[in-house]
Write a new protein. Structure first.
Length: 289
C-alpha cells in the first residue's frame, strides 16, 4: 500500500513522533518561501506542511495508515497537490478527508493557496464504515434503529429479514467534500434470542406442552413474532416433535418469499409433589417399566 506522505518528509513508516518532527523542521527551513526563492519551493513547502499536519496527529495518522494513498485517489501526494484547480482550497479538502473541521489544517500553510479538484484522478472515498447491534426480533420483523455518529443523531430503517453480517447504506451520512456527500455503510450484528433461532429463512421455536396434552392430545396456544394461534396436538406427541407452520418464518429478501416456522415440542413433566397420593400409587403400579 503506497503511503507517499512519508516520502514527502523523507522518513520511514515506522518513524517515531520525534523523527517526524525533526524531518519536518529540517525540510520546512529548507523550503520556506522567505528563505528559498527557487521556483516550486512554495509548493514544496505546502506539501511538507500538509504531510506533517497529518502524520503529527495521532488520529489522522492512524486513519491514513489504514488506507494510504487511496485517500488521494491512489496517486502520490505530490501529484495530488499539484493537480488541484484554482478555486478549491487544499486545506478544506484534507480537512474533509480526515474528518476535521474548517480549521483542521489551519497550521498547514494552505490557507492562501488555490488548488485543483480531483478531475481525472478518481474521486476520494467519502463513505464511512460503522456497525450496530440489533435484537433478533427487529432483524426478523424490520423496524427503526437510532444512530448517533459524529455529533449527529438520526434513525435508519432496518429492512425485514436482514441477516447477521449484512450491510445497509445510509445515503448522505458519510463525509462531505466540495458539495458532495458520501454514505454511511453499516454492518448489522444480530443478537441471539432466548426463544428463537433460525436456519436460513426457517424460524425455529420451542414450545411447552403439558404431559397430559402430549399423551392424550389437545390444543395449545402459540405466540409467534407474526401472530398468535391455536395449535392442535395429537395423542402421543414426543419430545422435540416438530410442527411446521407455513409462511411464519423469515423473509428471504432476494427471493421475496417467507420461510416456515418450525415448532418443537418441549413436554413439561409435572413434579411428583403436584400429584395426589392415589394418582402416584396408581401410576407407580400401572406405568410400564
Amino acid at each position: 500500500m503506497a503511503k507517499s506522505l512519508y516520502e514527502t518528509l523523507g522518513i520511514s513508516e515506522s518513524a517515531s513522533a520525534d523523527e517526524i518532527k525533526k524531518a519536518y523542521r529540517k525540510l520546512a527551513r529548507k523550503y520556506h518561501p522567505d528563505v528559498n526563492k527557487d521556483k516550486g519551493a512554495e509548493d514544496k513547502f505546502k506539501e511538507i506542511n500538509g504531510a506533517y499536519e497529518v502524520l503529527s496527529n495521532h488520529d489522522k495518522k492512524q486513519q491514513y495508515d489504514q488506507v494510504g494513498d487511496s485517500m488521494f485517489g491512489g496517486q502520490h501526494f505530490h501529484d495530488f497537490a499539484q493537480g488541484q484547480n484554482a478555486g478549491v482550497n487544499l486545506d478544506d479538502i484534507l480537512s474533509q478527508m480526515f474528518g476535521g473541521g474548517a480549521s483542521g489544517f489551519s497550521g498547514a500553510g494552505f490557507g492562501n493557496s488555490n488548488f485543483e479538484g480531483f478531475g481525472g484522478f478518481g474521486e476520494p472515498d467519502l463513505d464511512l464504515q460503522a456497525q450496530i447491534n440489533i435484537d433478533f426480533r427487529t432483524a426478523v420483523l424490520g423496524g427503526k434503529q437510532h444512530i448517533s455518529l459524529n455529533n449527529t443523531s438520526f434513525d435508519i430503517k432496518i429492512p425485514e429479514g436482514i441477516k447477521d453480517g449484512q450491510k445497509i447504506r445510509a445515503k448522505g451520512k458519510g463525509k462531505s467534500l466540495n458539495g458532495k456527500k458520501g454514505d454511511l455503510i453499516i454492518k448489522i450484528n444480530v443478537a441471539p434470542d432466548a426463544q428463537y433461532s433460525q436456519n436460513g429463512s426457517t424460524l425455529i421455536k420451542y414450545f411447552d406442552i403439558p404431559l397430559k396434552t402430549a399423551w392424550f392430545g389437545g390444543k395449545v396456544q402459540i405466540e409467534t413474532l407474526h401472530k398468535n394461534f391455536t395449535l392442535k396436538i395429537p395423542e402421543n406427541t414426543k419430545e422435540n416433535q416438530k410442527f411446521r407452520v407455513k409462511d411464519l418464518g423469515i423473509l428471504d429478501r432476494k427471493a421475496k418469499t417467507r420461510g416456515d416456522l418450525h415448532l418443537k415440542a418441549n413436554i413439561v413433566i409435572p413434579s411428583l409433589s403436584e400429584l395426589d397420593d392415589d394418582l402416584k400409587n396408581l401410576m407407580q403400579e400401572k406405568l410400564p417399566s
